[in-house]
Design a protein around this ligand. Structure first.
Ligand code: 5GP
Length: 195
């Protein structure tokens, strides 16, 4: 069976990656599977362990790093985030196109290890809108909001390291653009497979 694509979606925290994903994730033609990350951050209201993240302790996370169980990992605003390697490989071997929703340091590690990975960066229409969205979550203290905003400014500079850039002015439109990019790459993979 043909191995599935590895798709990286990055963009500053609060840009709306999850919202966009909900618009295209269930499109069967895309054959997608979402890679559930491990994190040491506490769950937000409504987040479910094993669905949104695998919530874990710092000790367990550090053990996973040491055991080489992560495809990539990063520290982000005081917490660890990482992608379990075995799950990604299993899904890709089943022909699924695996979606990683990760920040920029992790994305660069994946690009290094898997140069064929398809990388997409989502930008906000402007930084004021991003701030509004981060604050709109109302789930974090001001200090963390400030750290996320400062981080976002640095992350925006990484846009040049991605193959595609999509602006999230309208989530449905952004989702349609991402679907199109994925479909195009699936066709290309078929062409390479046949030749
Ligand atoms: P949040 O705390 O807002 O859920 O996530 C913070 C940032 O970490 C977001 O940019 C999110 O995309 C990113 N992130 C989530 N999972 C992973 C992961 O497994 N690895 C890396 N490097 N970043 C992640």
């Amino acid at each position: 069976m043909e191995k599935g694509l590895l798709i990286i979606i990055s963009g500053p925290s609060g840009v709306g990656k999850g919202t966009i994903r909900n618009f295209f994730m269930n499109d069967e033609a895309l054959k997608l599977a979402y890679s559930i990350s491990m994190t040491t951050r506490s769950p937000r209201i409504g987040e479910v362990d094993g669905r949104d993240y695998i919530f874990t302790t710092k000790e367990n996370f550090e053990q996973a790093i040491e055991n080489g169980e992560l495809l990539e990992w990063a520290e982000f605003v005081g917490n660890y985030y990482g992608t379990p390697l075995s799950l990604v490989e299993d899904l890709r071997n089943q022909g699924k196109n695996v979606l990683l929703e990760i920040e920029v340091q992790g994305a660069m590690q994946v690009k290094e290890k898997c140069p064929d990975a398809l990388s997409i960066f989502i930008i906000p229409p402007n930084m004021e809108e991003l701030e509004k969205r981060i604050r709109g979550r109302r789930s974090e203290p001001e200090e963390i909001v400030q750290q996320r905003l400062a981080k976002a400014a640095g992350e925006m500079k990484m846009v040049k390291d991605y193959k595609y850039v999509v602006c999230n002015d309208d989530p449905q439109l952004a989702a349609d653009m991402i679907s199109l990019i994925i479909k195009r790459h699936m066709q290309n993979a078929d062409i390479y497979q046949e030749s």
